[in-house]
Design a binder for this molecule. Structure first.
Ligand code: ZN
Length: 136
């Protein structure tokens, strides 16, 4: 499998509106846009950093994965996403190596990306996302 770069850091926040100012005003990042992904009960805001992005995640419901994360651990880095060349190939290879996956097949993420999560049990507690995008 070929990892191209760290695609983004997924940061769980209680409110994008309230929490984005740190990243914009203090850190000087630009908000590229927001998108709601209903399947994951989350609204995401993208703030590019060089070749990667900070992705702020706000839950759209009380029972979404991001809401549950904040309830358990508080706000913070919820996942780290690695861009891969071919996500199906990557998942097949990891499966063969006995790595526990959350997603056996890719699902659709923000920005039209194909994404899949690995199980934190297999990754020292880090929720790892693989993603494949059309653009580079
Ligand atoms: Zn992500």
């Amino acid at each position: 499998m070929k990892i191209l770069k760290i695609d983004h850091l997924g940061i769980a926040v209680s409110s994008i509106d309230e929490k984005k100012n740190f990243w914009i005003d203090a850190m000087g990042l630009k908000l590229l846009g927001t998108e709601t992904v209903d399947a994951q009960k989350v609204t995401t805001a993208f703030l590019p950093v060089g070749e990667s992005e900070v992705e702020l995640l706000e839950s759209t419901t009380d029972d979404g994965p991001v809401a549950k994360y904040i309830e358990k651990k508080g706000e913070g880095i919820q996942h780290v996403a690695f861009r891969v060349e071919n996500i199906e190939e990557a998942l097949a290879e990891l499966k063969e190596k006995g790595i526990q996956l959350i997603d056996q097949v890719p699902r659709r993420g923000a920005g039209g990306a194909k994404i899949a999560f690995l199980h934190p049990k297999a990754t020292s507690g880090v929720l790892v996302e693989l993603c494949e995008r059309e653009s580079t």
